[in-house]
Design a binder for this molecule. Structure first.
Ligand code: UT7
Length: 330
C-alpha cells in the first residue's frame, strides 16, 4: 500500500509597507536602538495601517504565492489560518479569506497557537492531505500584532511586527515532503503571555480598556527561559525520532522571537549559523507569520533549495511548541 504524504509546493509572503525603526521607537519609549539590537536582534519591523486586518495580510500573501505558482484557486479544498489577531472574534479569519479570494466549495478554520500558529496550522493541513481526501490545502500564518501592542510598554512594543505567509500543500509520494512533527501544549504558560480582555472571561468594557486588558501582557524573562529550553527539546525530539542529528539538517528555521533564542537552539543542535535563518532584524516577531517569511528569506539567500532537509520549530503563547521536519520540494 502506498502512503500519501504532503509537500509544500508554493510559498507567498506579505509585510505591510510601513516600517517602524528602532530610531522611531526611541522617540516613543525609554529605549535605545543598541539595547534592542543587542538584547533582541531587531532593527526594524513592519506595521499595518489602521483598518488593515489579518485577513488582508493573508490574502496578500496568497496573491504573492500565485505570482510564482499560478493555479486555479477554485481547486483549494481547505484553508487553515494560524493567527492570534483575527479580524474579529468571529467569523474566523479563514472564512474572511475564503470570501475575499472568492474560493467556492472549500472550508476552513483558524488555529490559535500564538507564535506556534504556523507550525500548528501546517501540521493540521498535512494531516488532511495525508488522509488522501484533500489535494490542495492553503496554510496561512497571519498576524497584525500592532493591533494589540501597547506602544508605551517598552518590553513589548520593541519586539512585535506585522506580517503573513502562505504555503500550498499538495499530496506527494512517500519519502518526499513533510516527514514528521512533534508538538506540545503546557497551559501553565498562559500566565506569562496573554491578552486578557475581549474574551468571555473579561468582555470588553470601559474597565477592561482602562486596565489595558486588550494589550499583550508578557513576562519576557519567563517566556525567554521556556523558549530556549523548549525549542531545543522539540527539535531534538523530532530529530532523534527520525534517527537524525543537527548535522543532517540543511536549513533550520526557528520562530523569530529573539535572536538569542535562535542562536542558543542552533548551538545546542551543533548547527553552524550558515544553516540558520535569521531575519528578525528586518521583521521583528510577526507571530504566525515568522516561519513562512523566513522561508522566503532562506530561498532568497540561497540557503533553502529543492531536496534540502528543513527543520522548523516554534514556541509561543499557551505555552505551545512544535517542530516539523521536511524535505523542501521546489
Ligand atoms: O514568541 C513569544 C514572544 N515573546 C518572546 O519570545 C519574548 C522572550 N523574551 C525576550 O525576548 C526578552 O525577555 C525581552 C526582550 C522581552 C526582555 O529582555 P531581557 O534581557 O530579558 O530584559 P529583562 O526583562 O531582564 O529586563 C532587563 C532590564 C530591565 O530594567 P531593570 O529592571 O533591570 O532596570 C527592563 O526594564 O531591561 C529593561 N528593559 C529595557 N531597556 C531598554 C526592558 N525593555 C527595555 C527596552 N529598552 N526596550
Amino acid at each position: 500500500m502506498t502512503t500519501t504524504r504532503a509537500k509544500i509546493t508554493a510559498l507567498g509572503t506579505y509585510v505591510p509597507p510601513r516600517v517602524l525603526s528602532n530610531a522611531d521607537l526611541e522617540k516613543m519609549v525609554d529605549t535605545t536602538s543598541e539595547w534592542i539590537l543587542e538584547r533582541v536582534g531587531i532593527r526594524e519591523r513592519h506595521i499595518a495601517d489602521k483598518g488593515v486586518a489579518a485577513s488582508d495580510l493573508a490574502v496578500a500573501a496568497v496573491k504573492n504565492l500565485l505570482e510564482s505558482h499560478p493555479f486555479d484557486l477554485q481547486e483549494v479544498d481547505l484553508i487553515v489560518v494560524g493567527t492570534v489577531t483575527p479580524d474579529m472574534m468571529y467569523p474566523s479569519t479563514a472564512c474572511l479569506v475564503q470570501h475575499k479570494l472568492g474560493i467556492q466549495n472549500t472550508w476552513g478554520f483558524d488555529v490559535s497557537a500564538g507564535c506556534s500558529g504556523f507550525v500548528y496550522a501546517l501540521n493540521t493541513g498535512v494531516k488532511f492531505v495525508e488522509s488522501g481526501q484533500y489535494k490542495k490545502v492553503l496554510v496561512i500564518g497571519s498576524d497584525v500584532n500592532s493591533s494589540m501592542t501597547d506602544y508605551t510598554d517598552r518590553a513589548v512594543c520593541i519586539i512585535f511586527g506585522d506580517g503573513a505567509g502562505a504555503v500550498l500543500l499538495e499530496p506527494c509520494a512517500d519519502g518526499e515532503g513533510v516527514i514528521d512533527h512533534v508538538a506540545q501544549v503546557e497551559g501553565m504558560g498562559g500566565q506569562y503571555l496573554f491578552m486578557p480582555g475581549g474574551g468571555s472571561l473579561n468582555p470588553a468594557s470601559h474597565e477592561t480598556v482602562d486596565q489595558k486588558m486588550h494589550y499583550i501582557h508578557q513576562d519576557g524573562k519567563n517566556v525567554f527561559k521556556y523558549a530556549v529550553k523548549k525549542m531545543a527539546e522539540m527539535t531534538e525530539r523530532v530529530l532523534e525520532r527520525n534517527k537524525l542529528t543537527g548535522k543532517d539538517v540543511d536549513c533550520f528555521i526557528a520562530h523569530q522571537a529573539n535572536r538569542r533564542i535562535i542562536t542558543a537552539t542552533a548551538d545546542r543542535l551543533g548547527m553552524p549559523l550558515e544553516k540558520v535563518i535569521i531575519n528578525i532584524d528586518r521583521f521583528g516577531n510577526t507571530t504566525a507569520g515568522t516561519i513562512p517569511i523566513a522561508m522566503r528569506t532562506a530561498i532568497d539567500e540561497g540557503k533553502l533549495r529543492k531536496g534540502d532537509m528543513l527543520l522548523i520549530a516554534a514556541v509561543g503563547a499557551g505555552f505551545t511548541s512544535g517542530a516539523t521536519l521536511m524535505r523542501w520540494e521546489f
